[in-house]
Ligand binder design. Structure first.
Ligand SMILES: NC(=O)c1ccc[n+]([C@@H]2O[C@H](COP(=O)([O-])OP(=O)(O)OC[C@H]3O[C@@H](n4cnc5c(N)ncnc54)[C@H](O)[C@@H]3O)[C@@H](O)[C@H]2O)c1
Length: 324
């Protein structure tokens, strides 16, 4: 079955970094969007509340506040044809201390959502936000049909939820899992590297870096992620995982050099031992994304990082105005 146009869709994790950007894009395209968010304690809820308030001010958007494991999902899903499932507890390091929360938010919630989607009369497709963390320290570039050996509870819960989604493909429900690679850009989560680096660089604070800086990441700009996620709703392929990466791999040292040039000041870096759970290198093989989604990343790291730094600067100015 080929879907080309959806009038109503549901986004879980709508108040999150990526979910809110996806909702904005869907509303811009004229879709009716139901956004679900449980405003979990993964980071400062005021950031999530601000994103939700901006979305709620737009015609066509309905906010459903609640945790997926508690909501009456059959009712919430009613009328939606596509579900973009981005709700989840993200972040590698915290997952070692809070495994039960990661299991509830990522696996049990996904299970409940899939069950309701299967019962639904209207839902035809579910797009799941999986993660490059499912690969652990597999050889780069990571290939979708290569090995998955997560090295953190976070990666394991994302893989477990991805398997639930893909195993549910068939009958009236089509499912696709997108393995996002380190997403960045304006609005990035406060616990993520580039946001922490940008805030430290702008304030002149010393920066703690885990490892010797030789680890590398495939950074993906948030609007590229949103574009791939939209494309996954209208492809005919289903029952598969697809990498969504930024198209190039950059070491931490190179990233900090670039950031230092963007903020036009030196960055004072303290190197500390490697943190458990962090993959040494990540890199996406994007052939499947090209073939199945027609996806190619289009935002170079410099451009995307400039946009993120600009956003951090605007936030700092707004906070100063408020404090004055
Ligand atoms: N940001 C990245 O680099 C990245 C990389 C790979 C995968 N992902 C995945 O993409 C998704 C979005 O990531 P993000 O960076 O926007 O994170 P985020 O934490 O900003 O957004 C997730 C949102 O989901 C909500 N939520 C979490 N569990 C919920 C539940 N069970 N029920 C209802 N609401 C719930 C949270 O309150 C939050 O607002 C996550 O599933 C994450 O695992 C993100």
């Amino acid at each position: 079955m080929r879907h080309t146009m959806y009038s109503k869709c549901l986004v879980t994790g709508a108040a999150g970094f990526i979910g809110s950007r996806l909702c904005t894009r869907l509303l811009d395209e004229g879709h009716e969007v139901v956004g679900v968010d449980g405003f979990t304690d993964s980071y400062d809820p005021s950031e999530k509340l601000a994103r939700a308030a901006a979305l709620a001010a737009r015609p066509g958007f309905t906010l459903v506040s609640g945790h997926l494991a508690d909501l009456p999902l059959t009712r919430v899903l009613n009328g939606s044809e596509v579900v973009y499932h981005l709700a989840g507890r993200a972040g590698v390091r915290a997952s070692f201390e809070r495994e039960p929360e990661y299991r509830r938010d990522n696996v049990e919630s996904t299970e409940a959502l899939i069950e309701a989607a299967r019962r639904s009369q209207t839902v035809r497709r579910l797009v799941y936000a999986s993660s490059s963390s499912v690969y652990g320290n597999a050889p780069v570039p990571f290939r979708e049909d290569g090995e998955t050996v997560p090295v953190s509870p976070y990666g394991q819960t994302k893989l477990d939820a991805e398997r639930l989604c893909l195993a549910s493909n068939g009958g009236e429900l089509e499912t696709v899992a997108l393995r996002y690679f380190t997403v960045y850009g304006p609005g990035q989560r406060p616990d993520m590297g580039l946001r922490i680096f940008a805030e430290a660089a702008l304030s002149g604070r010393p920066l703690r870096v885990f490892g010797d800086g030789s680890q590398s990441r495939d950074f993906t700009y948030v609007d590229d992620i949103v574009r791939a996620t939209r494309a996954a709703a209208s492809t005919t392929a289903s029952g598969i995982a697809i990498n969504v990466g930024g198209g190039s791999r950059v070491t931490l040292i190179e990233t900090l050099d670039l950031l230092s040039r963007i903020v036009a000041r030196p960055i004072n870096v303290h190197f500390e031992p490697f943190a458990p759970g962090d993959a040494l290198h990540t890199g996406a093989d994007l052939r499947r994304a090209g073939e199945v989604l027609g996806f190619e990343p289009s935002t170079p790291l410099q451009e995307g990082l400039e946009a993120e730094v600009e956003w951090v600067l605007r936030r700092r100015r707004a906070a100063r105005r408020e404090a004055a």
